[in-house]
Write a protein that binds this ligand. Structure first.
Ligand code: EPU
Length: 422
């Protein structure tokens, strides 16, 4: 099991440039959506180093898709020549939440499938009740047996209405996938408008889907007969970009991130500015340097365009070095503070009560042995280790490798004193 040994320093700031990868949470739905297309789909700027992408490749192959990988060019070509198998096995889905998206695509195309209940980061319960309630509105029936959802539509998927009780990212994508080839018109209300969902909509529309905005957080989908394969460039990963910006914020360093649209991080960049980071944005780049003491802040996570829950663990890590008391309220997941006890081992003062974290900034952190237990908390712990005096050993970094391409090499490149240990 891979571990990272990180020798931190409270005086040496990171310096350098990171080319942002394609967004993991954009490419996974795009890959799942390939099931709906007639011929070859070409995806560019694919974060092939993220292990979830490799898992999705295996999943698609298990269903019968032909997947060609062009590693150097970061391209995937996915071709559907024959009818897909309609069983998504547990072993392909147990570690990855996005595997559930195969369900929407398979019923969208074939009107039935059996899918194991998906896994992913343990951030609290990860129900799919909204997905299933939405499928029901599209003329589907389902049953649960031995950990598998068996879902079918007797007379084919029909357009319907669904209002999400709470914004759901994969819920929105799954219902879009199920309804683009439906018979009739589907209306989805209170949808996610995360950039990754909009990227999926753009991709489907360019293939012939008819999806139109119909008011605030509402879309109408007019079912079409088929989708035609085409090329698509995956958007940059805003969470990866934010994570690396935090490396400079916590170490008093300077960093430039390229291949990222700063608009995807408008709220998060405002917060970084407010706590004392200097930020310069270009058309597709963000630069951050920090010279002065960090100031405390109060934030609350929310669906886009609010402060992203995925960025919260990294912000929590940098606030451990601020000058005062900060407060975070996590509104999306019930168990998203997994980095906190590990940062506390380094001397951070973080108090968690329910959904609220109170952080009292400290001048010094000290290296410690830590365990990461989800994707973003891995990066948050690494941030603490970078700014701590002495060496930290971060184990179970495989959680981080699910979503960060080239994590080790990128950290080394910007000057982090890091070694791998098995
Ligand atoms: N929810 C329900 N019922 C449902 C679906 C969701 O109650 O049927 C609740 C969830 O429990 C949660 C909230 O709705 O409280 C939002 O969950 P959502 O469905 O939006 O989360 P997700 O689609 O499972 C995606 C990302 C996560 C990211 C969240 C929130 C992917 C593959 N995953 O998860 O990414 O945190 O949206 O933005 O897109 C990550 O990359 O580290 C990560 C965890």
């Amino acid at each position: 099991m891979e571990k990272f040994l990180i020798k931190g320093s409270s005086s040496k700031g990171v310096k350098g440039l990171i080319n942002c990868s394609g967004a993991k949470n954009a490419v996974l739905p795009l890959m799942a959506s390939s099931i709906l297309f007639e011929n070859t789909v070409v995806l560019k700027n694919v974060p092939l180093g993220a292990n979830d992408v490799q898992t999705m490749i295996i999943l698609l192959k298990s269903l019968g898709s032909k997947v060609q990988i062009f590693k150097k060019k970061k391209i995937l070509k996915i071709t559907n020549k024959k009818k897909h198998k309609l069983l998504v096995k547990y072993k392909y889905i147990s570690t990855m939440r996005a595997g559930v998206l195969a369900m929407g695509a398979l019923i969208g195309k074939y009107n039935k499938c059996s899918t194991a209940l998906s896994g992913g980061c343990s951030l609290g319960p990860r129900p799919i009740g909204y997905h299933l309630a939405g499928f029901k509105r599209l003329n589907c029936k389902y049953s649960l047996s031995k950990g598998y959802i068996n879902i079918f539509s007797k007379n084919g998927i029909k357009g319907g209405h669904y209002h999400f009780p709470k914004v759901s990212v994969t819920g929105t994508s799954n219902l879009i996938l199920a309804s683009v080839l439906a018979n009739g018109i589907t209306t989805l209300k209170n949808i996610s408008i995360e950039p990754e969902v909009l990227d999926l909509i753009k991709f489907l529309k360019n293939g012939g889907a008819k999806i139109y905005s119909a008011g605030k957080r509402t879309i109408k989908i007019y079912g079409v007969k088929k989708l035609n394969g085409h090329q698509h460039e995956v958007i940059g990963d805003r969470i990866e970009a934010f994570s690396y910006l935090c490396t400079a914020a916590i170490t008093k360093g300077s960093i430039k991130i390229e291949k990222i649209n700063p608009k995807y991080l408008a709220t998060e960049l405002k917060v970084l500015k407010n706590i004392g980071c200097n930020i310069k944005v270009g058309k597709s780049s963000i630069e951050l340097n920090r010279k002065n003491k960090l100031k405390p802040t109060n934030i609350k996570t929310a669906p886009f365009p609010g402060f992203a829950t995925d960025c919260m663990p990294m912000l929590m890590a940098i606030l451990t070095k601020s000058d005062g008391k900060s407060k975070i309220e996590e509104t999306i997941f019930s168990n998203r503070y997994m980095a906190a006890p590990e940062l506390v081992r380094m001397g951070a003062k973080i108090n968690i009560k329910g959904s609220i974290a109170v952080i009292i900034g400290e001048d010094e952190l000290n290296g410690a042995d830590c365990i990461s237990s989800d994707l973003r908390s891995t990066f948050a712990i690494i941030l603490g280790a970078m700014a701590a005096n002495g060496t930290s050993c971060v184990s179970r970094v495989y959680h981080g490798l699910r979503g960060y391409s080239n994590l080790y090499n990128n950290l080394k490149k910007i000057g982090v004193n890091i070694k791998k240990k098995s």
